[in-house]
Design a protein around this ligand. Structure first.
Ligand SMILES: Nc1ncnc2c1ncn2[C@@H]1O[C@H](COP(=O)(O)OP(=O)(O)OP(=O)(O)O)[C@@H](O)[C@H]1O
Ligand SMILES: [Mg+2]
Length: 378
């Protein structure tokens, strides 16, 4: 909650803050009172400063240099990120570290602990994959968390028949943290619910993405795998999460328009990446295995030839009307109908996740790893 951690902060609630502004509109030294602190997110809420008996209406985006003997010179720049009016009139200052201008890179402590699920075309089965992969990995003894970052059109909660009171929208507005909204579906599957029908959440600022990225990192302490469901297409929503995560499943169907949209997203991701990116294709709604293989080959060939990028292949999912029926019942097919063709396909993708090409088990929660550990103890 905003206002926490004040004891460990440079600032104290109630203390005076003095800062210098040199913007096009305002110049001068102002003083105000600190009324809230969130050290973990580098935020200070202050009363509106006054000058000659008038409020100084500093706009959002203004850079301020604060004076504090405990802060080295290079560390005293803040930016105004929020201006609240009415009775709660206040300004929120955000510490001006690199995160204000650049996307945070999410670095999970363990290899492949974070997977984003994205697609060029909508409705190709991202959410269905995210949920069933989580359940299939849970069967393999991985503690999994689905982070519903398809902001604006989030629906993991709907497909799992959850009715969460709080969601990522509340995290973005600072009402609570990600751990406050975590919802248990079964002992090894949890969900961080997203929100739908909230238009401003489809256009987050970099600061807001970074806030979510930082919150997401809390989950690595509790889960073996965090699966991020994203919205379709070349939107900042999907691109930012995939680039921050570094690791992703790119979902396509064998249909030509899905393949071209997949290539378009892939091209954007490859050209915008600033560090290594590991993307693996999942071909969904497949009738015959060769159909999946030829789809993967086409995209892998195009990625290699035109983007000089090695696109991986994580497997395929059979088209199975029981997937739709399971979604209608709001229960993942992997759990409800374990012997269905699609359930077996989801399990194959999960098993492929656990068995990388180098033969080492991924993460520390894998069944094989646990068996090995037990063997060592015996
Ligand atoms: N393997 C499959 N076999 C049959 N139907 C499927 C399969 N995978 C997904 N579907 C169906 O396709 C539809 C879209 O699935 P889903 O919502 O998972 O897609 P999405 O990519 O998350 O969509 P959006 O882009 O809107 O987020 C759903 O009706 C789902 O039941
Ligand atoms: Mg979806």
């Amino acid at each position: 909650m905003f206002g926490g951690n004040e004891n460990s902060s440079t600032w104290k609630i109630g203390s005076q803050i003095k800062f210098t502004v040199e913007s096009g509109l305002f110049q001068g030294v102002f003083t105000s009172e600190v009324i809230g602190i969130n050290s973990r997110q580098g935020l200070i809420r202050i009363k509106f400063p006054m000058s000659e008996g008038k409020l100084v209406l500093l706009p959002v985006g203004t850079t301020v240099t604060v004076g504090h003997e405990a802060l080295p010179e290079q560390d005293n720049k803040y930016i105004i990120i929020e201006r609240a009016g009415g009775e709660n009139r206040s300004l929120v200052l955000k510490h001006m570290d690199f995160e204000v201008n650049r996307l945070v890179c999410i670095d999970p402590p363990r290899d492949r602990q974070l997977i984003s699920v994205c697609s060029g075309k909508g409705g190709v089965g991202k959410t269905t994959l995210a949920i069933n992969l989580a359940y299939a990995l849970a069967e393999l003894d991985y503690k999994t968390c689905i982070f519903d970052a398809a902001l604006g059109t989030a629906n993991v909660d709907v497909l799992l028949d959850l009715a969460p009171r709080y969601h990522l929208g509340h995290v973005i507005t600072g009402k609570c943290g990600v751990m406050d909204i975590l919802t248990e579906v079964q002992p090894r599957v949890h969900v961080v619910p997203g929100c739908s029908g909230v238009q401003p959440l489809t256009q987050l600022t970099i600061y807001e993405y970074n806030l979510l990225a930082r919150e997401l990192q809390e989950l690595f302490r509790y889960f073996d795998v965090v699966i991020v469901d994203t919205s379709a297409g070349i939107t900042p929503g999907s691109v930012n999460f995939v680039l921050a995560a570094q690791e992703g499943y790119l979902v396509t169907t064998p249909e030509p328009h899905s393949i071209t949209d997949t290539y378009a997203l892939l091209k954007t991701l490859v050209t915008q990446r600033t560090r290594p990116l590991n993307l693996n294709l999942v071909v969904n709604r497949v009738y015959y295995r060769p159909e999946a293989e030829s789809t993967a080959e086409k995209l892998q060939f195009a990625a290699r030839k035109f983007l000089s990028f090695e696109l991986g292949y994580a497997g395929f999912i059979f088209d199975d009307m029981r997937v739709r029926e399971a979604n209608m019942r709001q229960k993942p097919i992997v759990e409800g109908e374990p012997s269905a063709a699609a359930s077996q396909s989801f399990r194959a993708v999960a098993e492929q996740y656990c068995q990388p090409a180098d033969g080492k088990s991924r993460g520390q929660g894998g069944l094989l790893e646990r068996i090995r550990q037990i063997g060592k103890r015996a």
